[in-house]
Design a protein around this ligand. Structure first.
Ligand SMILES: *[C@@H]1O[C@H](CO)[C@@H](O)[C@H](O)[C@H]1NC(C)=O
Ligand SMILES: *[C@@H]1O[C@H](CO)[C@@H](O)[C@H](O)[C@H]1NC(C)=O
Ligand SMILES: *[C@@H]1O[C@H](CO)[C@@H](O)[C@H](O)[C@H]1NC(C)=O
Ligand SMILES: *[C@@H]1O[C@H](CO)[C@@H](O)[C@H](O)[C@H]1NC(C)=O
Ligand SMILES: *[C@@H]1O[C@H](CO)[C@@H](O)[C@H](O)[C@H]1NC(C)=O
Ligand SMILES: *[C@@H]1O[C@H](CO)[C@@H](O)[C@H](O)[C@H]1NC(C)=O
Length: 488
């Protein structure tokens, strides 16, 4: 899949209506929730505020600023000293503060929630034209610095409102997926600015050839469903060779002229079912079609049209390199932006494993490198080793970070593997426990209000991990308050 996709609805300028991000498709990994169902119960607030952010945090000579969008939710805030929860928005437009499990935590802790849109995405783009040159300030490192500068600004404005100086509320940072990685990295790089972090399905390990992704899809599918999906891939490869255009039209994807884009679209569509906790939407009809001797390619096309495009809200153009090349800022720019991050920093190339793969073997390293070159130009290449050197990958030497993984989530192999006292890591195990289950609930797309876990196949598994999260947050907030009281 492509990890993240942003699905948005209108032109950026009209973003009033759009709001929710869907988490990643694979390209964008992560954070989209459903933009199609933007009922108001899905948001705590959609009132925008603006902050003047520094464009380049690493140059003493460049003093340019850009407007960065943020939101605040204060209904549960215990004035004046309650905690402040910084919810990081990831690789898509950030239309508001979504009503997920964090709202339950805010109630429990008397916390304010603030959230900052990621630079370049949504309405927080420094440039109207997204040429490769203009994208030079798009990186996780700049984004972390944005969060740090915003955190200081917000604390100071709060102090100003409350007629006080030099007071620090206890902060805690949250994020899912790529934003989960940012959450862990924020605590790593700015430990004095937060009492702790939650990294939900936080993909802290940059991976060049991410073969584990497809392997996990197979494991989550189980042998029977996996075998049917592999058969679909074989049939598709044969038909692609004989009459590609007719085949693509069955999937409503004739716009995908590059076969690799088409094969990637098909692979991503399957993976999403497991990533977002809806395995039955895919496996049930496919296994039935197989048993009935029906046309498997048609059955897969129906799944894609009804579920992936119809209800999840994916768009074929997300996979179209001709569209990814477009530099004009638009509601579909998020795809280009995430690919830029993929092609420069983190890769997560979801290539077919040599053995037993579900996706076509043509979705390989070459495909991804060609895409990077075609879309961004010669020389754009992911510095995976440098990224892992900078943050530590799964050896991240942080503290007070909670890691959570969903057992069925193909992304979990880029998250932290080993638990330790200072960085506990929990696996939420159930048949539909996917990406960010702890914050969103099952199934995760569309968003379940307050992250209700009642539709999980084993809600106890989710609630048990949530209970552990609460205990960690409570402990670390209390330690933080104890220290500031002592020193202050
Ligand atoms: C941001 O900068 C603009 C232009 O300099 C200024 O008019 C505006 O008041 C600033 N906004 C904030 C929130 O500081
Ligand atoms: C802060 O001070 C101003 C001016 O002295 C006063 O009007 C306002 O009520 C004060 N606000 C709070 C929250 O105490
Ligand atoms: C990734 O896979 C390609 C193709 O199999 C191989 O040539 C390359 O060495 C691999 N790179 C890394 C860093 O594993
Ligand atoms: C491929 O899978 C088979 C069966 O699972 C295994 O025995 C073999 O070692 C695998 N080959 C490679 C190259 O991983
Ligand atoms: C998170 O996922 C990785 C990869 O599957 C796994 O090894 C690790 O055990 C998981 N974390 C926890 C706490 O289970
Ligand atoms: C949860 O399950 C109930 C009962 O099966 C169903 O009516 C409802 O639509 C489900 N909710 C979601 C978000 O899937």
């Amino acid at each position: 899949m492509r990890v993240l996709m942003v699905f948005s609805v209108g032109l950026l300028v009209m973003t009033l209506m759009m709001s929710v991000c869907k988490g990643l498709s694979t390209s964008r990994i992560f954070e989209r929730m459903q933009s199609t169902s933007s009922s108001s119960s899905n948001y705590l607030t959609k009132d925008e505020h603006w902050f003047n952010q520094t464009l380049d945090h690493f140059s003493p000579y460049d003093h340019r600023k850009f407007g960065q969008r943020y939101y605040e939710y204060l209904d549960q805030f215990r004035l004046p000293d309650g905690p402040i929860f910084l919810k990081i928005c990831g690789e898509s437009a950030c239309g508001g503060i979504s009503n997920d499990y964090l709202s339950v935590l805010a109630k429990k802790f008397g916390a304010a929630i603030v959230t900052l849109e990621h630079r370049y995405y949504g309405k927080s783009s420094p440039f109207k034209s997204l040429t490769t040159k203009n994208l030079q300030f798009l990186s996780s490192k700049q984004a972390l610095y944005d969060l740090a500068a915003f955190r200081q600004y917000y604390q100071e404005s709060l102090n100003l409102k409350l007629n006080r100086t030099n007071v620090e509320n206890p902060w805690f940072v949250f994020g899912v997926s790529y934003a989960g990685a940012l959450s862990a990295w924020f605590r790593l790089k700015f430990p004095h600015l937060t009492c702790g972090s939650l990294a939900s399905s936080g993909v802290v390990l940059a991976v060049y050839n991410f073969t584990e992704f497809d392997q996990q899809v197979g494991e989550s599918a189980g042998p029977e469903c996996k075998a049917v999906l592999q058969e679909v891939t074989q049939l598709v490869e044969q038909k692609l060779a004989s009459n590609g255009r007719a085949l693509k039209s069955i999937f409503g994807a004739t716009e995908l002229k590059i076969d690799g884009d088409f094969l990637y679209f098909l692979a991503d569509a399957g993976a999403i079912a497991f990533q977002y906790g809806n395995p039955d939407k895919l496996c049930t009809p496919m296994i039935e079609a197989k048993k009935a001797g029906a046309d498997l390619v048609n059955a897969y096309a129906n799944y894609i049209k009804e579920y992936y495009v119809g209800s999840f809200g994916a768009e074929v153009q997300t996979y179209n390199q001709e569209i990814l090349k477009q530099t004009t800022l638009s509601d579909s720019s998020g795809d280009r932006l995430w690919w830029f991050q993929v092609c420069t920093e983190v890769a997560y190339f979801q290539v077919a494993p040599a053995n037993d793969s579900i996706r076509s073997s043509k979705v390989n390293t070459r495909y991804h490198l060609d895409l990077c070159k075609n879309v961004f130009g010669e020389g754009v290449y992911p510095l995976v080793d440098a990224t892992n050197l900078y943050y530590g990958g799964t050896d991240i030497a942080g503290s007070k970070i909670v890691f959570t993984n969903g057992s069925q989530d193909p992304w979990r192999h880029a998250s932290k593997q080993v638990s330790s006292a200072n960085m506990p890591s929990y696996l939420i195990t159930c048949n539909n426990c996917g990406h960010g289950t702890d914050m969103r609930g099952c199934p995760q797309s569309p968003l379940v209000p307050e992250g209700s876990s009642k539709n999980c196949s084993s809600p106890d598994a989710v609630n048990k991990v949530r209970q552990q999260m609460i205990e960690q947050i409570d402990l670390w907030l209390s330690q933080c308050i104890a220290v500031s009281t002592y020193s202050g």
